[in-house]
Design a protein around this ligand. Structure first.
Ligand SMILES: Nc1ncnc2c1ncn2[C@@H]1O[C@H](COP(=O)(O)OP(=O)(O)OP(=O)(O)O)[C@@H](O)[C@H]1O
Length: 691
């Protein structure tokens, strides 16, 4: 590999300088993009549309297209180049060179000047290796400084003499100081990541990967890729990205728009199941049972218990005639519907038609001529309606769950053989609640209501769902996500070692079966991009104590001096002062700073930061050049990252959790948020497992 970064004075002087030639290609591509935009802007809709509805639809499409074609000066128009080996059909002048960028740009005659990174011709940019060069002669990566093309790095994949090295541009890109939200990684997606990004839409992929292996980045780029490769289908069916909390969603929300994809919904699991207002919290033991997949069976039985086997006949009067359907025949109809794999609500809608059909058979037997309208009229007959109401009454999902959690007998009737008595007592509310509005619903209750709602009426399924930080979901939450992609596929991302909920999943096989995708492929990412080697090695000391068997992340970056551990004598005030001092030192560097601490330490630290005159942000707020310090409760640190991290007293972080394993996992998350430097400030002993 060879790298070039001539200084700009030299390169400007000569057109034969390769860097200058690349800059010329950049400016002509920009000009071509401008022309493409002007062409769309100049289209006159009056001549092409017959009516105003079409004109509005087309107008909106054009506006979106104009936005798509905007030249974003801060994002490079291309970041790579591929020169394919010449073949008889492919000569150097004729189509063997491709510039890879975020969007397609063509010249006046339609020849590509930049190809979309997602196009098949771009794939070897990410995948070609010395062992498998995929017909690529040269791979060139470009480096930019403030929108200016300032460097390039070449790999001659078929040159036997050239050695493979880690790309310096990759290292520089990772270490580029962070301000603002998460960035895309299109320029530097690695081969094993690309395989996941480009895997087909039909299958579900599950990615296990340690901290900073790029799971979130891969998931988001996969959505962008799928939208490119299957745009029409996904425009119809929809895509959704699910993240653990608002702060996290806020952190990642700009990646897809930066890749030109504006239509992807982002939500938490709580958002998906928000059918009631959540105002309460469950004790851990109750939440674990409520999140257990056995609750699905309890709910299924409870919903179906509303059906009563008819004991009375139905008498339909039409004109001067009366038609009687005896109870035993009604029973047959009801049993047949119960035996089918149908939603409660769909069966309830089918029932009047079935009864009407039975009436019609009798009418036809006695010589009457009937058609569909007669059947519909019979189905709406008051006697039929009354029968349906008593046999198959409507079920309100929230009221049903309210009753299960309030009424010990009702719960016992449906939980028999599923939950033992102690478990039933644990989920019951201490006092019965009268109304849905008065109830202090918890997150787990909302998931139960969602499950009940799905038993009544099928949940709409999307084309593709990305589920990030998946290890923290309960089985019932997996089911809630799974029913949103029953006819589509999913990308499941997570790290078993970072599971910090009492119901965190023990294995991906189990999680995927609750999700309804037992055949999903589980891939593993092992190369770490975020965390420097020294820091990840330190954090990984915890692995055998909290997630034995999981492989340590192999960092692609060596940054000596990136880890510092300071023990502070004295009491809490001295600790706080030392933490503030560490923040002040970190602020001398460029980029973002995260001060991570046990949730209980947040009030004291926020007060101390204010007293020291250091402005700080909440994790949900974007960092800016003026405000770069975020105070992060350990419970919200997951998925986030900062150039420099100051970690307040690890033992307090561990002690803040209900059990030691969860405490160590929380600490592992906190220790793995730093890109360039981690300072651990502690008092007393560090947790022994770090020793
Ligand atoms: N191929 C890559 N090129 C450049 N940067 C990368 C690459 N892959 C990942 N990164 C960077 O590494 C960091 C970590 O990525 P990401 O947040 O996606 O990891 P993660 O596996 O989701 O981590 P966690 O488990 O901690 O949530 C991000 O800054 C991301 O941009």
């Amino acid at each position: 590999m060879s790298a070039h970064a001539p200084d700009s004075r030299q390169s400007d002087s000569s057109q034969s300088d390769p860097l200058q030639r690349e800059r010329t290609h950049l400016s002509s591509s920009r000009a071509a993009l401008r022309t493409m935009r002007h062409e769309v802007e100049a289209l006159d809709l009056k001549n092409v549309t017959a009516n105003w509805v079409n004109a509005r639809v087309l107008g909106a499409q054009m506006e979106a297209r104009i936005k798509e074609l905007a030249d974003l000066t801060h994002t490079p128009l291309f970041f790579g180049r591929l020169d394919y080996l010449p073949t008889p059909e492919r000569t150097a002048e004729d189509g063997s060179r491709f510039y890879i960028g975020r969007r397609h740009v063509h010249d006046a005659v339609g020849d590509p000047m930049v190809v979309d990174w997602r196009a098949p011709v771009s794939q070897p940019f990410y995948r070609a290796t010395r062992i498998d060069p995929q017909e690529v002669e040269l791979r060139r990566r470009f480096g930019y400084t403030g929108g200016e093309l300032t460097a390039y790095e070449d790999e001659r994949l078929t040159d036997p003499v050239e050695e493979a090295r880690t790309s310096r541009l990759l290292q520089a890109e990772i270490e580029r100081p962070r301000v603002g939200p998460m960035r895309d990684i299109v320029a530097t997606i690695q081969p094993e990541q690309d395989e996941i990004v480009r895997s087909g839409l039909s299958g579900t992929v599950c990615v296990q990967g340690g901290p900073g292996t790029g799971k979130t980045a891969v998931g988001l780029h996969r959505v962008a890729y799928l939208l490119y490769a299957h745009r029409e289908r996904l425009a119809r069916t929809g895509t959704l990205v699910i993240g653990p909390n608002r702060s996290f969603l806020h952190y990642i929300e700009q990646v897809l728009p930066a890749l030109g994809e504006l239509e992807v919904r982002q939500a938490t699991v709580d958002d998906l199941v928000a059918r009631v207002e959540v105002r309460g919290e469950d004790p851990a033991d109750a939440a674990v049972i409520k999140g257990d997949a056995r609750m699905a069976e309890v709910l299924r039985r409870a919903v179906r218990s509303h059906v009563t086997i008819p004991a009375e006949p139905v008498m339909v009067v039409r004109g001067s005639r009366r038609w009687r359907i005896p109870a035993y025949e009604l029973e047959e109809i009801v049993r047949e519907l119960l035996g089918r794999d149908m939603r409660y609500g769909a069966a309830r809608e089918a029932l009047p038609q079935r009864i009407a059909h039975a009436v019609l058979v009798r009418m036809e037997e006695s010589g009457e001529v009937c058609d569909d309208r007669v059947q519909d009229a019979v189905a709406r007959n008051p006697a039929v309606k009354a029968a349906v109401k008593s046999v198959w009454p409507p079920v309100d999902p929230a009221k049903l769950v309210l009753r299960l959690l309030s009424d010990a007998e009702f719960l016992a009737a449906h939980a028999e053989g599923v939950l033992d008595e102690a478990e039933q007592r644990t989920v019951l509310w201490p006092k019965p609640v009268r109304s849905v509005r008065a109830a202090k619903w918890s997150s787990a209750d909302a998931v139960l209501i969602d499950e009940a709602a799905d038993l009544v009426e099928r949940t709409h399924s999307l084309g593709h769902v990305v589920l990030d930080e998946a290890q923290d979901l309960s089985p019932m939450q997996y089911r809630a996500v799974g029913r949103r992609c029953t006819t589509g596929s999913a990308t499941v991302l997570g790290d078993l070692a970072q599971g910090t909920t009492p119901w965190a999943t023990g294995s991906w096989e189990e999680a995927l079966s609750h999700l309804g995708k037992p055949d999903a492929v589980v891939e593993e990412l092992t190369a770490g991009f975020r965390v420097p080697r020294e820091v990840i090695a330190y954090a990984s000391r915890l692995l055998p104590h909290m997630s034995p068997g999981l492989a340590e992340v192999r960092s692609v970056r060596e940054s000596p001096g990136s880890l510092e551990i300071r023990q502070i004598p004295g009491g809490p005030d001295e600790l706080t002062s030392a933490v503030i001092a560490a923040c002040e030192e970190s602020l001398l560097h460029e980029g973002s700073i995260g001060l991570i601490a046990a949730d209980t330490r947040i009030p004291a630290l926020s007060e101390a930061l204010s007293a020291a005159g250091l402005p700080w942000l909440d994790p949900g707020t974007e960092t800016t050049a003026d405000s770069r310090l975020t105070l992060v409760p350990a419970s919200l640190a997951k998925g986030l990252e900062y150039d420099y991290v100051v970690l307040d007293d690890p033992s307090t972080v561990v002690a803040g959790e209900p059990d030691e394993r969860t405490g160590l996992r929380r600490l592992y998350v906190a220790l793995t948020r730093a890109v360039s430097g981690l300072t651990v400030v502690h008092q007393g002993e560090l947790p022994g497992q770090l020793g």
